[in-house]
Unconditional design. Sequence first.
Length: 153
Amino acid sequence: MKYEKTLEKIKKEVSCVAAVGVCVVSAGAATPFIAATDKESMEREKLLMQDQRYKDAKNELDTQINANNQTQNQIRDIEGKLNGTIPRQPNETDEYLNAQLAILTNNLRNGESRLESLSNELDKLRKSLGGNSNLMSLLGLDKLSFTDKNNNC
């Protein structure tokens, strides 16, 4: 009975670190591994930023993220005007605001689609420029996925 409680306690203390794809004890045994991987990623990103194609793609991705955020803010403003929490201008009728909301919602959908495309392009460029020489790839952990829904990782 005592051993079963200890085993259950150990099971509860084990947590998964999905970002690196390994299970470790909560005491922090993976902390140096994670820190090394983060440092390696930052250094790799610095090297990639020296390539003009990568820099341009990254800037385009950042620009799209900012555009999507602005569109989301505009949508929130219009929703606020429609529900009465934000004061309207004299020319802002329900019909006008609903039309603007439809346009902005469509723009946001297009922006999110473009963001996904840009992100995929950046990933491809990152792989072609940097190769797969990072620690995660060497260990084969870049292909792991966690699909166990019963695990609280």
